[in-house]
Design a protein around this ligand. Structure first.
Ligand code: CO8
Length: 257
């Protein structure tokens, strides 16, 4: 697939995907989302890739769904477009997804950051669910993931007023992992991606899956799920290698199987 709205690069085991519609603050039109799902699926299936960084530019990660495109659609057309089935594919990416966010992450843009596993923000990042101001409401997980991330009170304020929060507030509320100066946000995300990529891939995959499970299950179900994944990792060559390397006081050589 030719990417019109994305820039994609790979270096060693890290893939970097840049949203690239700067003239409209990376508004997420249907084409961009199709491309994003396509590239993330491909990278997820690429054995060389061990972590993926998603970013926009300094001014905007993404200012939400493309309002111009959306404004022409009716309810049935929205239903037929079924765009959130595509979003679900991003949620199912097995490799670690890190969002590096600067500037606006609003509406669908904020929702996209929250589908990622970890968010690194620049000091200029602004998060918000402003859909209320255009007569709709969040539709790609904003009411659910935001509430889980920041709690009911802050989520209610953000969703019902549409007001943005600063990077510092996002940090205080636990929406983002870290806030760094603008010139460092991508570097910081790449550094973290590199660190995760140096860990045994099967462990990373099953650990990610287990953490995500905690959002949609009971503690009992989650513990059971975690336990099975823990046992499963004993079937990997990397678990043997990891423990052997520990005993031999050397660095492990991960095979990813
Ligand atoms: N859609 C389309 N175009 C946009 C969008 C957008 N979401 N955001 C900005 N643009 C365009 C502007 O129209 C403008 O274009 P032009 O130069 O041709 O007039 C250009 O980007 C620059 O924007 P501004 O001049 O407005 O820049 P400012 O710095 O003055 O303001 C803001 C920046 C505050 C971000 C402002 O642009 C804004 O409020 N944007 C809209 C934010 C918003 O409401 N987002 C939510 C959209 S709804 C949504 O996301 C639903 C999610 C669920 C479904 C997801 C499916 C993909």
């Amino acid at each position: 697939m030719e990417y019109k709205h994305l820039l994609v690069s790979k270096e060693n085991s890290i893939a970097v995907v840049q949203l690239n519609r700067p003239e409209v603050l990376n508004a997420l039109n249907l084409r961009l989302m199709d491309e994003l799902v396509h590239v993330l699926t491909a990278l997820d299936n690429d054995d060389e890739v061990r972590a993926i960084v998603l970013h926009g530019n300094e001014k905007a990660f993404a200012a939400g769904a493309d309002i111009t495109e959306m404004s022409e659609a009716g309810a049935i057309e929205m239903l037929i477009r079924d765009q959130f089935t595509k979003w679900d594919k991003i949620r199912k990416v097995k490799k670690p997804l890190i969002a590096a966010v600067s500037g606006f992450a609003l509406g669908g843009g904020c929702e996209l950051t929250m589908i990622c596993d970890i968010i690194i923000a620049s000091e200029s990042a602004r998060f918000g669910q402003p859909e209320i101001n255009i007569g709709v409401m969040p539709g790609a997980g904003g009411t659910q993931r935001l509430t889980r991330a920041v709690g009911k009170q802050k989520a209610m304020e953000m969703v019902l007023t549409g007001n943005h929060i600063t990077a510092q507030e996002a940090l205080e509320y636990g929406l983002v992992l870290r806030v760094v100066p603008v010139e460092l946000y991508l570097k910081e995300a790449l550094h973290l991606a590199k660190e995760i990529a140096s860990r045994p891939p099967m462990s990373v995959q099953l650990a990610k899956e287990s953490v995500l499970k905690s959002f949609d299950t009971t503690i009992e179900g989650g513990l059971e799920f975690e336990r099975k994944n823990f046992y499963l990792l004993f079937a990997t060559e990397d678990s043997k290698e990891g423990m052997k390397a520990f005993k031999e006081k050397r660095k492990a050589d991960w095979q990813g199987k």
